[in-house]
Design a binder for this molecule. Structure first.
Ligand code: ZN
Length: 315
């Protein structure tokens, strides 16, 4: 274990951003899971540790998270933390915007080889986030993104892991790639950003759509139209914390404990019962990633706390 669990990245504080954490929402009566978060990134005026993050989450019915890496260091951190924290499972990958950076330094193959090793570790349940990002990466980097994306798809298939896709301004190209090389059995569009038409394409292929806090934003009409046509059996929910804080807290630090805000907004839009939607999404989440206690952790994360904070799945 190379880490004590302290955040290893810092989010840009931005100009004039409110850096206080939003209040705790009312607890859900049926628990859910945050299938995409970045607890390695510190945010806010008093950044929370990962245990504080997860304690707050548990207190409002967010029972566990998938901690997602985007480069070698954060993927290693994710795999290490999942091994000692029962409420955390891990996803590992080189992010599509990082792939050209490694390629420029001549180390992309090494980086992908490390992801392949991490993918075989216990409690690593997904390869991601990987995909294509034509918003932040310019044309010369696209060929590298394709190469990296295809390598990650292969790693997911070899290890029978779920695939978490990052797709920004590249819907058609991501879909074409999945169809050309063959999508893994469990494929998730993280922070789904398509419209109703794309939701229909995903549904046709059995691909999961994970909605984040931006589904609550005022101008997100296309996204809510997609939510309305997506089969309930393919819905997932995530924070992508510390980013994409749901309304009415947009711009403030996001955290897994705010997932109920997004879930409740989704239920309201779908005119369905919150508990019914929670139960459906939890069942979907376990179908994609397995159960959080399927492979128990190998050590307690903090001996001082383990007698006062009983947590499921401790070996
Ligand atoms: Zn992310």
């Amino acid at each position: 274990m190379g880490s004590d669990g302290a955040p290893i990245r810092q989010r840009d504080k931005g100009a004039g951003r409110d850096l206080s954490y939003p209040p705790l929402p009312e607890a859900l009566s049926v628990p859910i899971y945050d299938n995409h978060t970045h607890l390695e990134i510190a945010d806010g005026e008093n950044p929370l540790s990962y245990t504080e993050q997860l304690d707050r989450a548990s207190s409002v019915g967010v029972r566990g998270v998938i901690q997602v890496g985007g480069d070698r260091e954060t993927s290693r951190w994710s795999a290490d933390m999942a091994q000692i924290e029962p409420r955390m499972l891990a996803a590992v990958a080189i992010h599509p915007n990082e792939a050209p950076v490694y390629a420029a330094g001549g180390t992309l193959d090494d980086a992908i080889a490390e992801i392949s090793e991490l993918a075989a570790r216990p409690r690593v349940v997904a390869v991601g986030e990987t995909g294509l990002d034509f918003f932040r990466t310019e044309e010369p980097g696209h060929a590298t993104q394709y190469r990296s994306f295809e390598a990650h798809i292969e790693i997911a298939k070899q290890n029978n892991l779920a695939l978490q896709i990052h797709d920004r301004n590249a819907h058609a190209e991501v879909i074409a790639t999945l169809l050309r090389v063959g999508a893994p059995e469990r494929t998730v569009f993280h922070c789904f950003s398509g419209d109703a038409e794309m939701a229909r394409v995903c549904a046709e292929h059995g691909w999961y759509m994970s909605f984040a806090g931006n589904v609550t934003f005022g101008n997100a009409h296309d996204l809510r139209a997609a939510l309305a046509v997506a089969p309930r059996s393919l819905l997932l929910v995530e924070t992508d914390a510390p980013f994409l804080t749901p309304m009415p807290y947009r711009g403030r630090p996001n955290a897994p404990y705010l997932l109920p805000n997004t879930l409740r907004a989704m239920a309201a839009h779908l005119e369905t019962d919150v508990s019914l939607l929670s139960a459906q999404i939890t069942s979907n989440t376990e179908l994609v990633y397995g159960r959080w206690d399927a492979e128990p952790v190998t050590a307690a994360h903090d001996a001082d706390r383990s007698d006062t904070q009983p947590v499921g799945g401790l070996a």
